[in-house]
Design a protein around this ligand. Structure first.
Ligand code: GLN
Ligand code: ZN
Length: 747
């Protein structure tokens, strides 16, 4: 039986972020709408032809977007946020909803399942659903004109409603309103010649899937009655589905993830849960990581799957939106490059497998197989570790440590501090870029950093904060910075992936065993400390966050990769301690967002996170104070893990989530130091003293005064110098008054 190949989504960004540049220059008024559409059409065309050239049998259409595919779906069905209603529905409205205008705030952005992509949340309040310009049909016809074998992609109604908010209607009512509109769009695509339509229902892999079964069945029964059953492929990704249920839906076939399903999709198929007459769109090539596939294992998987279906199509496990476009522009060591695979290389892997299976043509397959094997055996992947020699418990329990630390640090009550970064001004970024591109010497750059550190130490003295920071001026990004300086990490040149809208991130690639080779942050921190009698906090990124925001290795267990990073961070912690640094903060803002999609896997994840954080931070002396920071305060189910991290102080964001803190702290006695974010750093607005006082007093109701710290919500790198100075002065002045009042009470 022959197989086919398909793709289910391609990166929008372009090889060199042309998409981003086109959109941003339109926003800035540097190009007009015609120029924007011409550039974007060219890029879309290039993407389509590129995929065709990789011999892909069916290329997706509808994945390409001017901003976000969820927002596209909202506009298609006229789900327009109330404050934007009345405007003509066009691409400018789309940008307004996504970015906000002078008059109206933007719609919310939320993480797309467990990825680092963010979608625009549809808003139903007083929405008037109807069919707007059928952009999907236009794009499909565009592909047809180019002779690209294509299939349309649309976000399914159950997922769309699940991802939206607002409106008085029930879930069912919303779905019911949308069904005739979906039907019209789907029918238009079939009429235009679509052989099949990929209807994405990623909610089917989540914990919610169970309670959505009735409505899901209702939706697909409706489409069946409309005569569309044999045209629809329900596409899922990122986890496994309940195949027994999914298989019972009246559609042509299903797209299942065979990479991130923890083996459960395959197991269900082996257990006979898939009807043989259903088409299986098997996601066998990892769509969200950058590794070359174990091509032989993929061949075996295909051969096994062939037994269970009459129609097998192989494809990536998810949209390739989550990986960079191509390795072609990178200049990498060949021993490493062989092990990597970006979007186009993944298409090539699919093609190699198809040629082998259908024609017995093993040329490309053999080559990929040899590369894969060479990469696995590289020495840089097979280093030795002695995990057992590193402590995962502090020497003493917190109360004893606190005594020693208090005696050493001599801080006033309600100590004040910041989260680490100070403004990354244009000048700071320019100097860094100049240095990276060898336009200025190491000496000139280091002198600049020193001057900036010294200036900000003086500012902190003037404001009269208690625990200082050096300001992080040398860092581009809290993960990339460490990635560039640890062995086993690779920072690519063009490895961008879309985070939201035109924003892209370039996650480091963990290609080998991770080792600390030399101090990373000691010079700047020790220099800052030499300028003041106040303690200067060392500032590191924790192992869980580094792993979550990198392309992680998958050839060894996740815990092992995370522990290798933890050992490296531990070395840096000890190096800082050796250099006389008394307070060290290890940031873990990604700890919670890394939680697996399904609850059943949370415990294991949290256990691993806990172990790695403690591996990274427990070796210090009692007198060294360990801080951690997280950009949220709704700890919910993870509150016990947070507590067990055993950090002497945790600083958290609270100003935007007022009541949340109180609730989570009700069911646990939090008996470690805790710093409350008392103002929102995301806004340029200067907080009033009264607001800060209210925030502190609210926290003091839940948390013991002797454990209480005061700080902003997060790092200050996005603010300007005046805003930072003003806001921190207000903060310090509020704290000073509270100290005075307390002094009077106890006197
Ligand atoms: N130390 C980092 C900073 O201040 C923390 C950033 C974060 O929490 N995302 O920028
Ligand atoms: Zn933060």
């Amino acid at each position: 039986m022959t197989i086919k190949t398909a793709n289910i989504g391609f990166p929008r960004l372009g090889r060199k972020r042309e998409w981003k540049k086109a959109i941003e220059s339109y926003w800035a008024g540097k190009t007009n709408y015609d120029e924007l559409t011409t550039t974007l059409n060219d890029l879309h065309k290039e993407n389509l032809l590129l995929q065709k050239n990789y011999n892909i049998d069916s290329v997706p259409v509808g994945d390409f977007s001017l901003y976000d595919h969820v927002l596209d779906t909202s506009l298609l069905f006229n789900i327009i946020p109330e404050r934007f209603q009345g405007q003509e529905v066009n691409d400018d409205l789309l940008f307004d909803i996504a970015r906000g205008t002078k008059e109206h705030v933007a719609s919310a952005l939320i993480k797309w399942f467990n990825t680092n992509y963010h979608y625009i949340v549809p808003e139903w309040d007083n929405a008037e659903p109807k069919l707007n310009r059928n952009v999907l049909l236009e794009r499909f016809q565009f592909a047809q004109q180019l002779n690209v074998p294509a299939h349309p992609v649309i976000l399914g109604p159950v997922s769309f409603v699940q991802l939206s908010r607002g409106g008085d209607q029930s879930f069912e009512e919303k779905v019911e309103t949308l069904l005739p509109l979906y039907k019209e769009v789907l029918q238009s695509l079939v009429d235009a010649g679509a052989e099949y339509i990929q209807i994405d229902e990623p909610v089917l892999v989540t914990d919610n899937a169970k309670e959505l079964e009735d409505i899901t069945r209702h939706v697909y029964d409706y489409f069946e009655k409309a005569g569309l059953a044999d045209k629809l492929v329900i596409q899922t990704y990122f986890e496994h589905v309940d195949l027994e249920f999914v298989n019972s839906l009246p559609v042509k076939g299903f797209g299942l993830d065979f990479v991130h399903d923890r083996g459960v999709n395959l197991q269900q198929i082996r257990d006979g849960k898939l009807s043989k007459d259903k088409a299986l769109y098997a996601g066998i090539i990892d769509g969200r990581n950058v590794w070359a596939a174990d091509i032989e294992a993929k061949k075996d998987l295909i051969e096994e799957l062939q037994q269970y279906t009459d129609e097998l199509v192989i494809q990536p496990s998810s949209s390739l939106l989550h990986v960079p476009v191509s390795l072609d522009d990178e200049v990498l060591d060949e021993t490493i490059e062989e092990g990597l695979s970006f979007a186009t290389e993944k298409l090539d892997e699919l093609d190699a497998l198809k040629r082998l299976i259908n024609n017995g043509d093993a040329e490309k397959y053999d080559q990929l197989k040899a590369q894969y094997e060479r990469f696995q055996n590289q020495a840089f992947k097979n280093l030795e570790y002695d995990f057992d020699s590193v402590r995962t418990h502090r020497e003493s329990a917190f109360p004893e440590r606190k005594k020693v630390q208090d005696a050493r640090l001599k801080l006033p009550e309600l100590p004040t501090t910041t989260i680490g970064s100070f403004p990354q001004t244009k000048e700071v970024r320019k100097k860094r870029a100049d240095w990276k591109n060898h336009r200025i010497s190491d000496e000139e750059y280091n002198q600049f950093l020193r001057d900036e550190i010294a200036r900000w130490i003086q500012i902190q003295e003037d404001i009269s904060l208690d625990v200082f920071v050096h300001g992080e001026f040398e860092r581009n990004d809290m993960v990339e910075f460490f990635g560039e300086r640890l062995q086993g990490f690779l920072v690519t040149k063009y490895g961008w992936v879309q985070s939201y809208g035109s924003r892209a991130v370039k996650p480091p690639v963990i290609y080998g065993d991770v080792k600390w080779t030399k101090p990373i942050t000691v010079e700047e921190t020790a220099y800052a400390q030499s300028l003041t009698d106040h303690p200067v906090k060392g500032m590191l990124t924790g192992p869980v966050t580094i792993l979550n925001w990198s392309f992680e290795r998958v050839d060894i267990p996740r815990q092992e990769v995370q522990d290798q990073i933890a050992l490296a961070i531990n070395e840096e912690v000890l190096a800082l301690e050796d250099a006389g640094i008394k307070v060290i903060q290890v940031d873990e803002p990604a700890l919670r967002e890394g939680l697996p999609l399904r609850k059943e896997y949370h415990e294991e994840y949290l256990k691993q996170a806990l172990r790695s954080f403690r591996l990274a931070t427990s070796s210090v002396a009692d007198a060294t104070q360990i801080h951690t920071h997280m950009c949220y305060s709704q700890f919910g189910e993870i509150i016990h893990t947070i507590h067990d991290l055993d950090a002497d102080v945790i600083s958290i964001e609270t100003s935007r989530s007022h009541g949340a803190l109180i609730k989570d702290f009700e069911d646990i006695t939090y008996d470690l130091g805790i710093g409350l974010g008392v103002y929102d750093i995301h806004s340029p607005r200067i907080p009033t003293e009264e607001e800060i006082t209210v925030a502190i007093n609210r926290g003091l109701k839940e948390i013991d005064r002797s454990l209480f710290w005061v700080n902003p919500d997060c790092g200050l790198k996005t603010r300007n110098e005046d805003q930072v100075k003003e806001a921190l002065s207000v903060l310090v002045s509020a704290v000073k008054k509270l100290r005075q009042e307390q002094g009077q009470e106890t006197a």
